[in-house]
Design a binder for this molecule. Sequence first.
Ligand SMILES: *[C@@H]1O[C@H](CO)[C@@H](O)[C@H](O)[C@H]1NC(C)=O
Length: 306
Amino acid sequence: MVFVFIICVAAPSCAWVDISNYKDLNLKKTPQLVELVEDSNADVEELMGLAPEKVLLKWMNFHLNKAGYEKTVANFSSDVKDGKAYAYLLNVLAPEFCNPLTLDTKDPVERAKLVLDHAERMGCKRYLSPKDITEGSTNLNLAFVAQIFHERNGLSTDSKKISFAERMTDDVQISREERCFRLWINSLGIESYVNNVFEDVRTGWILLEVLDKVAPGSVNWKHASKPPIKFPFRKVENCNQVVKIGRQLKFSVVNLGGNDIVQGNKKLIVGNLSLSLFFLYNFLINLICFTSIKEFSFVLHFYYYL
Ligand SMILES: *[C@@H]1O[C@H](CO)[C@@H](O)[C@H](O)[C@H]1NC(C)=O
């Protein structure tokens, strides 16, 4: 969504801005971006939440800092106007095409021209003029930086770091969704309190409580065991009842067995999720849909009888 918006504002003054330039600006597509932050969950999560232009600024300053450029670029207008930041950036990314005149020249327009020449030698198609740089056109400069990034990001290809980033994006994604399910379940006003959905639902008890909330009377409490549960088969029994009720409520839980919920391991099987997590997701989403559909039909009935 965000990048589409940028294209809309960036495009009018030029013939064609390659949309694909913006697609790389996230950790999923370019896990090397993790090099821009410390190896911690919080920093990676923050990076994932940044708008593409903020990622670009972070990336640009990362290289400028390495190159010894004294200033920090805070925007794509007045801060890049004189072309110096570009000269430093391109010299780091593609020193083989470096032209010493770029930094020696006193004339900003001449420097901007040399910068564009340099970028073109790197493989960037030219679609802005030296004047777009010296006048500080935010959108065109942003598009230009995105194009340079796309062409050559100069980030580490250290596979250990990258796999760390890939693992992290999955974890952050999973933990976001976990939080969402957790808030929803805790908002239902069931007796138990959920601290971590994927851990706490494994006894099946909480899901039974949730089911009883969203479909009152659906649970046979005589065949349910409340935690702490000593015998594993009691958990499976709970979970089997969860699945049975899910089927009765016409949830799409085709391949889900009670045991899938109990195991809850994070082994990668379906995409980024374990089979059991995948089914659990599916089940929880079904539950949420079921509740809101009921509320929706209640509203319909309400208006119908009004
Ligand atoms: C860009 O950032 C600099 C500080 O780095 C600031 O002085 C300048 O006013 C900003 N320009 C725009 C157009 O926001």
